[in-house]
Design a protein around this ligand. Structure first.
Ligand SMILES: [Zn+2]
Length: 234
């Protein structure tokens, strides 16, 4: 087995390792951004919830004020009963009292219902605040994890860049330009090992002559998918 073929396998491995490093470096900030978005959404949910509670509380306060106004009306009108100048006036006062008391019976039911709603919404607000704290903790953990990982992955990537330049020496100079174009097009899968007699990238069978060429260290580019082929057991 030729060292050039082994060189292609090594070159492929360096490409794969470097790609894994780059993905780690990209995934960290992406993950942090996703956690930040989740946190912002939770905060927005809490703000909307607080606004709902304020509206409910204001409505409840309005009902309470109406109740107290009606109670005052009842008290004032009751005081007037004794001073009624006629039966008609007496009946009018009685009617006003009955009307205010009836209105209050309904208002009190509505007021209690609103207070219960405020209680329930406050309970939910407590849960949401717990979820917010959990989201904050997750974000911090993600940031800390990436901050710890990033320097070592960057060092690893820099080492791999050096290894890549070394490993690329197995590409003949006359093919270098084509190789660069393939790397831009296919990234780490620019190279593909043979899978028995087929290209492992596109699964198209190679001609017997091409197989021999791959096995004897000639650089063969898959006619179907354009990958540089190498023998996996070189
Ligand atoms: Zn192929």
């Amino acid at each position: 087995m030729s060292s050039a073929t082994g060189g292609l396998r090594e070159l492929h491995q360096v490409h794969l390792d470097l790609d894994a490093c780059q993905k780690q470096l990209e995934n960290g900030p992406r993950r942090i951004a996703a956690h930040e978005k989740k946190l912002a959404n939770k905060q927005a949910e809490i703000d909307a919830h607080k606004a709902d509670i304020t509206t409910l509380q204001k409505t409840a306060d309005g009902k309470n004020l109406q109740i107290r106004t009606n109670e005052q009306t009842v008290a004032d009108t009751k005081a007037k009963l004794n001073q009624a100048k006629s039966n008609v006036e007496f009946d009018i006062f009685k009617g006003q009292i009955a009307k205010a008391e009836k209105a209050n019976a309904t208002l009190e039911d509505e007021y209690l219902e609103l207070l219960e709603q405020v209680d329930a919404e406050n309970t939910r607000l407590g849960e949401l605040n717990g979820e917010l704290k959990a989201a904050e903790a997750s974000l911090q953990t993600t940031k800390d994890d990436f901050a710890a990982l990033e320097p070592q992955v960057k060092t690893q990537a820099a080492d791999l860049e050096t290894e890549l330049r070394e490993a690329e020496k197995c590409i003949p100079t006359k093919m270098m330009e084509q190789y660069r174009r393939l790397v831009i097009a296919h990234g780490p899968s620019t190279l593909a090992p043979l899978d028995a007699s087929a290209c492992s990238e596109c699964f198209v069978e190679l001609s017997p002559q091409n197989i021999v060429e791959v096995r004897t260290a000639k650089i063969v580019i898959c006619k179907s998918c354009g990958r540089i082929l190498y023998s996996p057991d070189a």
